[in-house]
Design a protein around this ligand. Structure first.
Ligand code: RP5
Length: 161
């Protein structure tokens, strides 16, 4: 299966959050790669990743980072691929720092910013799948089924047990 989604994160410590993206993509049968690419600690790796992403066949990048979270914006500056940003929850400021760092991009270099933390990471997987599903009817069907199953699992009566 061709790898079309790149999941990148600023640190090993982001993986428990970003694994939520990976888990959704596993469920939907979307091939991905996961890499630690830090804007601050490995800037050359970041540059190389952004520069080669299209040539390597990637179609969407999910970038998660916390604190001074420059990774999603920096990768967006190096590739025209859609970049989905995930603000990782931090201890000091609960992820508001991450959110503000990612969401407030200057005109011209968008980052589609998700919610803070695990829900945002899972939604990033769904968003990436939704983008790929535009040109992949089988994936579109799997995504529709996933959404239907989620709806069906919600009981109407809160006293169901
Ligand atoms: C950011 O700094 C990473 O994305 C991570 O969320 C945060 C803390 O990194 P560690 O100190 O845990 O490696 O670059």
């Amino acid at each position: 299966m061709t790898v079309k989604v790149g999941i990148i994160m600023g640190s090993q410590s982001d993986w428990p959050t970003m694994k939520e993206t990976a888990d959704i993509l596993d469920t939907l049968g979307v091939a991905y790669e996961a890499r630690i690419v830090s804007a601050h600690r490995t800037p050359d790796r970041l540059w190389e990743y952004g520069k080669t992403a299209i040539a390597r066949g990637l179609e969407v990048i999910v970038a998660g980072a916390g604190g001074a979270a420059h990774l999603p914006g920096m990768i967006a500056s190096k590739t025209r691929l859609p970049v989905i940003g995930v603000p990782v929850q931090t201890r000091a400021l609960s992820g508001l720092d991450s959110l503000y760092s990612i969401v407030q991009m200057p005109r011209g270099f968008p980052v589609a910013t998700m919610a803070i933390g695990a829900a945002g990471a899972a939604n990033a997987g769904l968003m990436a799948a939704g983008i790929l599903a535009l040109n992949d009817p089988d994936l579109a069907r799997r995504l529709d089924d996933w959404r239907t199953a989620l709806s069906t699992a919600i009981p109407e009566d809160p006293r169901h047990d």
